[in-house]
Design a protein around this ligand. Sequence first.
Ligand code: PRX
Length: 652
Amino acid sequence: MSSGAPNAPIPLLAGAAIDGMNAYRALVEEAQRDPEAYWARLAREHLDWQRPFTRTLDATNAPFFKWFDDGLLNASYNCLDRHLANGGAARTALIFEADGGEVTTLSYGELHARVCRVANALRERGVRRGDRVMIYLPMSVEGVVAMQACARIGAPHSVVFGGFSAKSLHERMVNVGACVLITADEQVRGGRHLPLKTIADEALSMDGGENVHTVIVYRRTGGAVPWQAGRDVWLHEIEAAQSAACEPEWVDAEHPLFILYTSGSTGTPKGVQHSTGGYLLWAALTMKWTFDIRASDVFWCTADIGWITGHSYICYGPTAVGATQVIFEGVPTWPDAGRFWQMIGRHKVSIFYTAPTAIRSLIKAADSHPEVHPSRYDLGTLRLLGTVGEPINPDAWRWFAAEVGGGRCPVLDTFWQTETGGHMIAPLPGVTPLVPGSCTLPLPGIEAAIVDESGRDVPNGNGGLLVIKRPWPSMLRTVWGNPARYRAGYFPEELGGTLYLAGDGAIRDPHTGYFTITGRVDDVLNVSGHRMGTAEIESALAAHPEVAEAAVVGRPDATTGEAIVAFVVLKGQRPVDAEAQRVADALRAWVGHEIGPIAKPREIRFGDAMPKTRSGKIVRRLLRSVAKGEAIEQDTSTVENPAVISQFSKAA
Ligand code: PRX
């Protein structure tokens, strides 16, 4: 891996929203002195309330916290209407670049009009406050319009990433109890068309799909689609029939804005429920604090709206602060691996937020194809860089800083999660001297700490479990339909029941107090920044008629962070050679169909039985070593059947 000349420290940004360490400390102290007064001040200053709140935090039913709960507001009003006066309607909201390079721009006035039309259409189809709307769309203007339209009428949305299968879509749709689905005829990525509506119809044909009374279809390609008259309607037709004015539904701050499914340590994904007021406050505030967003900026977050990053830093954060942003339909490597760099130049992007996996794959590409090296492009408009989704290795960090940021732009390694709603631990460009590989310090008001297995603080320099000690406004409110899972999973009794458990390991530097995230401590994998539960993949494999038992572990991978390795025992004989290859291919395709292509195991290994303890537990630590190709030096005396270990040492 090449990295630029080792680098003079990247200078702090002058005149940033939080300007210097003293300003940061003042905020941290304000938050510590009187947390409620601090959050109340911020919520009054950064959001527009239809009726001001009088209560800041209600902790009577902890850990089910309520924030600003007697205040009324509307998220779409805060993201759109409040920017329209004084010429703001003409300001560019979205610069959309399609897979093939076509560009469409929308002003705040135009975005507002489209959101109002779709909101009116949803109301006309009977969607009311509290009804859930499923969104299964590609990266598009329409995705943002659909989400904002739901917010406008108080209908919580649940977006499912376009790469998920019909079964995954169905499972989420039924769990959330959706009455409307918004999808597209096809999705276009890297020149390929994928039949979204066909997949959506497959999901709708399964049990419970009949509860969806309306399917709204965005015509992206004009490709042929299956159609059910009465239920299915074209987005452009219903939009054209509606007025561009729509009174927002004023909801209380605790009203659920959305439910976004994510993986946990069991086989069923959990619906992370976010609120309207607390969530939006942090989405807006972190745009100002972390990204120092200014009127002259062009912001680009490369995430997909199917993930939390696309919710907070595409749909809600940038619009809440009236920013101009780029959104991109395609993939970083098509038509070649210079696409990101070319787009930064073309759209004069000044703040660029992406995933370590993308950076690592573009480093590789630039090493072998100098014509797509960032130095060949005009990146002079960049002033801030950010990463999210997984740990960034110092080499990739340095390359990003030097080759993309030209040594001028702070690189902000932002740690957060679906559950946290927005950045938790992240450098501030005017405050924090940067250290590659560290997400540095918690944002003011976020009480991050590292504890041991019984919830006691560990000294700096010792690793432990990352926790948040106090509630914060943008935290998840519950797991949809499963409050017990919320309590047990995030506020476990073993830690005393009051600490929010992130599920990540972390360590603090003894000198700087900086945090470094060491990765998940539970059975959650992070593959190319996509979060996946080993249990989900295991149950998908176990559902295959030929599979008797399956265990899934992660193995470190230089590009994707982790790679999925599956250990499988078949009902029949252990396959070898060509037969093993055939079964492995079939199982990979099966997982792709059950969950989605992102969950396909990189490797599948077969054995006669799983290595188990005498009490019947699969010895996962052993499987993790086997997956890494390590010599087994661990004690295997507790393993009932150590002979199978050598069978598993080879991938099919
Ligand atoms: O393990 C951490 C990792 O991603 C997990 C959260 O995944 P998800 O809910 O899908 O949200 C991703 C986008 C916010 C975390 O538990 N993670 C996220 N950001 C970082 C990170 N690990 C290290 N450094 C980060 N900056």
